[in-house]
Design a protein around this ligand. Structure first.
Ligand code: HEC
Length: 143
């Protein structure tokens, strides 16, 4: 019995709260507040990406570091466990990897103060944006 419960629990944990979407992606079903929260997080990522681009162009590495950190692991702590359980494992992995890449941009900018390195790293990080948007959407549910 316990094994079954554990199996179901870990299956749910891996798969998340998803259903196929008619646009060919997977819909991740979230409450209104949860969806608003992740979309806000997304807008911060977009803001950080632009901030890094603008700062790298001006060779302002302190500003690169600030924008990178704003989207790094340090900003993750606020995500509630209930929301976290609804996200598929693959999506969480991609999300964490994106945060780590923002932290890496900040660290690298501090160490090398080289804008071409920053641009190259941001370009690679933004493949995560494309990859995840291709696979998933967020849909609001009342449950
Ligand atoms: C782990 C998955 C994932 C990653 C990585 C990701 N996104 Fe998203 N993002 C989503 C999903 C899902 C949506 C909702 C799309 C939908 O419902 O059509 C979204 C929506 C957005 C939106 C719309 C926000 C709104 O208010 O409607 C923006 C802007 C955005 N993402 C920017 C980014 C940027 C920039 C990156 C990379 C730095 C990024 N995202 C990386 C999953 C991701």
């Amino acid at each position: 019995m316990l094994a079954i419960v554990v199996a179901i629990f870990s299956f749910k944990f891996t798969v998340g709260n998803v259903q196929p979407s008619d646009d060919g992606r997977m819909a991740v079903l979230l409450s209104k507040d949860e969806r608003n929260m992740v979309l806000l997080e997304m807008r911060v990522w977009l803001q950080s990406s632009q901030g890094i681009l603008a700062a790298a162009t001006e060779k302002n590495f302190d500003a690169v570091i600030k924008s990178g950190k704003a989207s790094g692991m340090g900003a993750e702590a606020a995500t509630p466990a209930s929301l976290f359980r609804k996200l598929p494992l693959e999506m969480k992995a991609l999300g964490f990897d994106t945060r780590r890449k923002f932290d890496d941009i900040a660290a690298d900018a501090g160490k090398y103060r080289d804008s071409s390195r920053v641009l190259e790293k941001l370009s690679i990080a933004m493949n995560n944006c494309i990859g995840c948007h291709e696979m998933y959407r967020f849909v609001e549910t009342t449950q």
